[in-house]
Write a protein that binds this ligand. Sequence first.
Ligand SMILES: *[C@@H]1O[C@H](CO)[C@@H](O)[C@H](O)[C@H]1NC(C)=O
Ligand SMILES: CC(=O)N[C@H]1CO[C@H](CO)[C@@H](O)[C@@H]1O
Length: 286
Amino acid sequence: MLRCGQMVIGQALLFMHLGRDWRWDHEQRNQKYISILSMFEDNKSANYSIHQIALMGASSENKEVGQWFGPNTVAQVIKKLSPYDQWSSLEVHVALDNTLVIGDLKRLCLKQNKWSPLLLFLPLRLGLSEINPIYAESIKKCFSFPQSLGVIGGKPNHAMYFIGCVGNDLICLDPHKTQQAVRVTKECSKEDDISFHCQFATRSPILDLDPSMAICFFCATESDLDKLCQLLHDNLVVNEKQPLFVICSERPHDLSLSTMKAMEDSNNFFNQVDEGDSDDEFEMLG
Ligand SMILES: *[C@@H]1O[C@H](CO)[C@@H](O)[C@H](O)[C@H]1NC(C)=O
Ligand SMILES: CC(=O)N[C@H]1CO[C@H](CO)[C@@H](O)[C@@H]1O
């Protein structure tokens, strides 16, 4: 899971610094690409090295080095490491309690009229020991949004990074491959460069997955976030008896989390917040 966290933030940095259309080509020796790669060197002094992730997990999440991380833990750790990467000034948000509060995201990213790109994690638990099949279609839909950054999760005791779906299978990148640590430089060999990329993907039926996962999105601009919220609302929340999560413009002050959960279960959450809190109305709620 530590490696899967690296894969997600690595992909976010590629989208941010090189764009979604950029394709890896070793001969290019792109300087931004090399800079991104060097943040993932197996070296304690690299920003997102496995050492930094393990140590931050120990100091902030009470996970001893070597202990199992869940998707939520690695998301929390990435959030804590990201301020040290001053080059990217990426904001990381981990949505709690299956609730996406749009006001929180806007305040996080918009400072002095400047928008910082957003990496958004939505940690979910979609069943006790198995995924409740009711959620399968919604998970698949997430991959179709332009802001999708995939899903981190896995099979029990086997973390993987899911990057898309075919029918009822998810496409998996699996970091469980032992290889030499390499030093990243502009002159590094093709073999060393390749070691940072998965040679092939596998497929796994969606219902075989562990029910703990985190859905990930990247929003480069404020308009990207607005579009994402609209897509999530239209495709995953309205008309769903049991939505994956709830979206609201602001966290209602007078509602305790347990009330929100109860409302979420009755699927009235969206409307009630909208009616009771019209000052905070967000365009997509209207
Ligand atoms: C780790 O990175 C530092 C700084 O870039 C470098 O001096 C050191 O040699 C690296 N260590 C290893 C084991 O690659
Ligand atoms: C922990 C760590 O390695 N931090 C480094 C991250 O990158 C910045 C530059 O963007 C360095 O100044 C930090 O030391």
